[in-house]
Design a protein around this ligand. Structure first.
Ligand SMILES: Nc1ncnc2c1ncn2[C@@H]1O[C@H](COP(=O)(O)OP(=O)(O)OP(=O)(O)O)[C@@H](O)[C@H]1O
Ligand SMILES: [Mg+2]
Length: 583
């Protein structure tokens, strides 16, 4: 029961609230258990004995007890809800922190919808269990045990007849909840799958519409929705067959009490008050079984949810700073060495980079050319440790990146990713994403270099223009330029442009290149590009093929030594003579 143990740890933060709620619950239970005794006394000592003083006294006591019950019912509900909301708050925060820290490889292999389900509906499942389940469990056990003892003490023969029925009820309940347990796990899992489809479609609505795939997607959603519906119906089925059976049995128990007890009252072997009290205790005996059933159901849901939550919490963060990691700040030069690097994506068998060796001296620019899928993005992603090398090492200023403090490393390596990801917010907020306190001047400088300033000024509210999710409202080339500005504003020593100018027209690209040139003079840069014009001024040009460097040198070197390079140049000259020569 690892889930319970960890849940209790989580609960211990709110121990005073929990203890308060528990004590309140016990007081409520005690008032419940004492009430039938008072009724018995009311009937036997008051009504039967025709003693009006006793009636008044007992009534007053009953009213006081009702007030006490009311007050502690309130404190119990209030404190237990507060504690459970606290647990949910902590869980959500911990989960979010973990999701933020988990490596790329984790996010590569987990779907957004599933993760969303865990962070929302699974957390709620666990919360409800702690709000209601745990305390009710204790109260139910106390009520159940207390009632049995009182029943046996008052009329043990009658009590034993009743207990036979109770055992039957317990068996039926056990049956119900043994079936429900695994069903809830499946319901949650399928809810996650449904959320995946939902999320994919909302996010990719343009693609769906562009390919007129609405019908097919609707069908896919419908199918999954149907599976979820069917599973929920299975749950309902178990409930709707099980519960009437339990009701029938509990009515039977009441009948036995009235029949056998009634005979004894007539035979004067038992007082009427005792019979009434006995019947009330019977209710107290059956009620906790219902409660236990619900708690078992909450428990199985909470357990399924808890397992999914803790699975994420327990996932090892593959890429993190070592205990004695070296801080890269301030004195970084930006000398980068790849030493015999081989890299295989986690979970894959084929290396995507093989035996890569490279020395990029501080302040130089390295360009990478290669066909799609050749491994260029994988190559540069090793520098900020988005992934770790499988063999060999990547060093900055002679230190293996794995020995560097991760935040400082990533701060010094500015990456313009291939897929531009903007956030919803203003243009300025997007540019300042990596440096919230950037001055207007810094922002504008970065935007001028990135050739973004002019188009931003033409937007309705300039830098304060609100962008939709993912930067909607901007063209692809505009988004790319914002992403470049966003990286420049941080002033990292090392810059990586992963195909960052592909959506920019050739004229703008030429301007961008000219503006970047002085900026890059004291930065180490990696530029992945398709156009020769973008890379021809680089200090080293690498041609990557199937994860290996097949050619390297400057533009002039390669023109003499590499037929492959000459072929690429020629093919682009044919396409675009003017732009290739603008530089
Ligand atoms: N997260 C990942 N997990 C597993 N394999 C991956 C992952 N990302 C890329 N790959 C594989 O690694 C290989 C190299 O991919 P990479 O993205 O580095 O190519 P690329 O040269 O950048 O291509 P492009 O020019 O299209 O951007 C491809 O075969 C790709 O399928
Ligand atoms: Mg790529």
């Amino acid at each position: 029961m690892q889930f319970i143990r960890r849940g209790l740890q989580q609960l211990s933060v709110y121990r005073w609230l929990a203890i308060g709620a528990l004590l309140s619950m016990l007081i409520v239970t005690a008032t419940n258990l004492v009430t039938p005794q008072l009724f018995q006394s009311l009937i036997d000592d008051g009504l039967n004995a025709r003693n009006s003083d006793a009636i008044v006294t007992i009534t007053v006591i009953l009213v006081i007890i009702a007030i006490i019950r009311g007050v502690f019912n309130f404190t119990n509900a209030y404190w237990s809800e507060t504690a459970s909301q606290g647990i949910a708050y902590d869980l959500r925060n911990e989960l979010f922190t973990k999701l933020e820290n988990l490596s790329f490889s984790f996010h590569d292999s987990h779907n957004v919808g599933q993760l969303m389900t865990r962070a929302t509906s699974d957390v709620e499942g666990v919360r409800v269990f702690y709000a209601q389940g745990v305390l009710q469990l204790i109260s139910a056990l106390v009520t159940f045990g207390g009632s049995i003892i009182i029943l046996l003490a008052t009329e043990w023969t009658l009590a034993i007849a009743v207990l036979v029925i109770i055992v039957l009820i317990v068996i039926v309940f056990a049956q119900i909840f043994m079936r429900l347990g695994p069903m809830f796990g499946r319901v949650q899992q399928n809810l996650g799958i449904l959320n995946d489809i939902l999320q994919e479609n909302i996010e990719g609505i343009r693609v769906v519409k562009g390919f007129t795939a609405e019908k097919r997607e609707l069908e896919r959603y419908n199918n999954q929705n149907q599976i979820l519906y069917d599973m929920n119906l299975q749950v309902v089925n178990v409930f709707s067959i099980g519960f009437p059976t339990v009701f029938l049995l509990s009515n039977l128990a009441t009948l036995i009490v009235i029949w056998l007890g009634g005979e004894r009252v007539i035979a004067d072997e038992m007082s009427l008050g005792t019979l009434v009290a006995f019947n009330s205790y019977l209710t107290y005996l059956i009620m906790p079984i219902f409660q236990l059933g619900f708690i078992a159901q909450q428990l199985s849901r909470a357990q399924a949810s808890g397992k999914r939550i803790y699975e994420i919490m327990d996932t090892e963060i593959e890429i993190q700073s070592k205990p004695n990691a070296i801080d890269l700040h301030d004195n970084v030069r930006g000398d980068i060495v790849f030493e015999n690097v081989t890299f295989t994506y986690p979970g894959s068998d084929e290396p995507v980079l093989k035996n890569i060796s490279l020395h990029a001296e501080a302040g130089t620019t390295v360009a990478l050319l290669g066909q799609t899928g050749s491994g260029k993005s994988s190559f540069v992603n090793l520098i900020p440790r988005f992934y770790d090398v499988s063999e060999g090492s990547v060093k900055i200023d002679g230190v293996d990146v794995r020995n560097l403090e991760l935040d400082s490393l990533r701060h010094e390596v500015g990456v313009v990713l291939q897929n531009v990801n903007l956030i919803s917010g203003t243009v300025r907020e997007n540019i300042c994403f990596g440096k919230a306190d950037a001055t207007d001047e810094e922002v504008e400088d970065a935007c001028r270099i990135a050739q973004a300033h002019d188009f931003i000024m033409q937007l309705d509210n300039g830098y304060q223009t609100m962008l939709g999710e993912g930067g909607s409202g901007l063209s692809g080339g505009q988004r790319q330029r914002l992403a470049i500005a966003r990286a420049l504003v941080v002033h990292p020593r090392i810059l990586i442009f992963d195909d960052s100018m592909s959506a920019v027209d050739a004229d703008t690209e030429a301007k961008l290149r000219i503006a970047l040139k002085p900026y890059l003079e004291n930065h180490t840069a990696f530029i992945i590009a398709q156009r020769i014009s973008t890379v021809r001024n680089a200090d080293q040009i690498l041609i990557i093929e199937e994860g290996e460097i097949v050619e390297r040198g400057t533009h002039d070197d390669l023109l003499h030594t590499s037929q492959l390079y000459v072929d690429i140049v020629n093919s682009q000259l044919e396409d675009d003579t003017t732009h290739a020569n603008t530089f």
